[in-house]
Unconditional design. Sequence first.
Length: 142
Amino acid sequence: MYTAAQTVSGGCLVRHEGGFAGGDPSTPPSLSRTDSLSLWYRVTLGSVLNNAPDLTARQLAVMMSVYLEAGPHTVRSLAKKLNVTKAVITRAANRLCKLNYIQRAPDHRDKRSIILTRTPNGIHYLRDFADIIQTEFPLKLS
């Protein structure tokens, strides 16, 4: 799991090793509750105005887990990580696959299982989402 700043760059996800500007890489900038909610509102509004497909919080959590954390990502591993049932992950994966944001691939280690993997469309979606966050974030990241 990443604890420092992240962006989507050049078609792949890149972690900035320097962390946050002007501070400890493991300590995020401090925002008040009101500022935090205002930021989340502006990011959500920017996403809606961007005409991208609407994703539920669970769909976004599944997608970001696949893109930001080391894999492989199976339905079982994601269900355990997100503390939900495999059926919840399957429903989210069905929607994300339909949008071509993730894809299913065979798990060569276990023929009964599938692995959820990244796609170029998913990278593009998260790059645009990261751009909205960077535009709305009141503090500049290094």
